[in-house]
Design a protein around this ligand. Structure first.
Ligand code: RP5
Length: 180
């Protein structure tokens, strides 16, 4: 697959949608990690309740427009990811958001997570838009060796940062495990 380019002009491979602009402070973390992996994406507002026809149109056209995955975030009665998944054949990654109309965030989590058999939404943790971006990258990496290498390097970096922290701690705390 050679669709991955860094240019903003590249056709988007991932669609990031959210119920409201008030979700953007969370959802921009998905955009940031996709940028880090040089994956072209688009980002817009699609509301299941306030723009239902736009939602149907977005989901209906997503695959033919060349998207490979959709990241959908919403809060409260968070119906957007599930409704998008009910229409498209693309994988849908849901981001539950603790928003102004959430009770405690569980409302968003359960609205997105508890889908009926046959219509899955790959649900990440509350507010975990970054992880949603990583899942989307991993989906695209299954057919893109260059991207797969970038994700491996990212994971290696995660490992290194933890090992460095463990090393720093060992100056002040006993750690026989690393000494063995
Ligand atoms: C949901 O309602 C949106 O996804 C957002 O999380 C929440 C609040 O929306 P606003 O009232 O801030 O536009 O549909």
């Amino acid at each position: 697959m050679d669709e991955l380019q860094t240019s903003n002009q590249s056709p988007p491979l991932v669609g990031i949608i959210m119920g409201s602009d008030s979700d953007l402070n969370i959802m921009q973390e998905a955009a940031s990690i996709l940028k880090e992996f040089d994956i072209p994406f688009e980002l817009t507002i699609v509301s299941a309740h306030r723009t239902p026809l736009r939602m149907v149109e977005y989901a209906t056209k997503a695959a033919e427009r060349g998207l490979k995955a959709i990241i959908a975030g919403a809060g409260g009665a968070a119906h957007l990811p599930g409704m998008i998944a009910s229409i498209t054949t693309l994988p849908v990654i849901g981001v539950p958001i603790k928003s102004s109309n959430s009770i405690d965030g569980w409302d968003s989590v359960l609205s997105i997570l508890q889908m009926p058999n046959g219509v899955p939404v790959a649900t990440v943790a509350l507010n975990a838009a970054k992880n949603a971006g990583i899942v989307a990258a991993q989906i695209i990496a299954t057919s893109n060796e260059e991207l797969s290498k970038k994700i491996k390097a990212y994971k290696k970096q995660l490992e290194k940062s933890v090992l460095d922290k463990a090393k720093n701690l060992s100056n002040d705390w006993l750690n026989k495990f690393d000494a063995e």
